[in-house]
Ligand binder design. Structure first.
Ligand code: AMP
Length: 115
């Protein structure tokens, strides 16, 4: 846990959030500024600043992020209509919060291309 990390503080229950899922490896909560009807952030419980800091030992938690996205897409009713999964990494991607997070976005048709 990093005390100056907003997502660590959410995981620790020190900052309120609309948590939709939690297990031993990951926590998922609704984005405070949703860009679509469904916008959930799935984060490792362990502080990993970004994909750049992920290590071999994090393989299980990285896999859990994707499987949790799949589970939540079903739960939110967007598995069939489709959804987008995004991990912003570093300045060019506009990463704002330096605690690795997977955006699960859906509930509306999205524009292409990305970038
Ligand atoms: P990124 O640009 O990928 O780093 O995205 C960070 C995301 O975190 C943004 O979509 C923010 O709206 C979201 N966010 C920041 N603070 C909070 C918070 N306290 N609760 C929920 N979402 C947040």
């Amino acid at each position: 846990m990093s005390s100056d990390c907003i997502f660590c503080r959410i995981i620790a229950g020190e900052v309120p959030s609309e948590t939709v899922y939690r297990d031993d490896r990951v926590t998922a909560f609704r984005d405070i500024r949703p860009v679509a009807p469904v916008h959930i952030l799935i984060v490792p419980n362990k502080h990993i600043a970004s994909v750049n800091e992920a290590e071999e030992a994090d393989e299980a938690v990285l896999g859990r992020l994707l499987l949790t996205a799949k589970r939540l897409a079903v739960q939110e009713g967007i598995a069939k209509s489709g959804y987008r999964l995004i991990i912003n990494t570093g300045p060019h991607a506009g990463q704002e919060v330096f605690h690795l997070h997977l955006h699960l976005i859906g509930g509306q048709r999205m524009r292409h291309p990305m970038g």
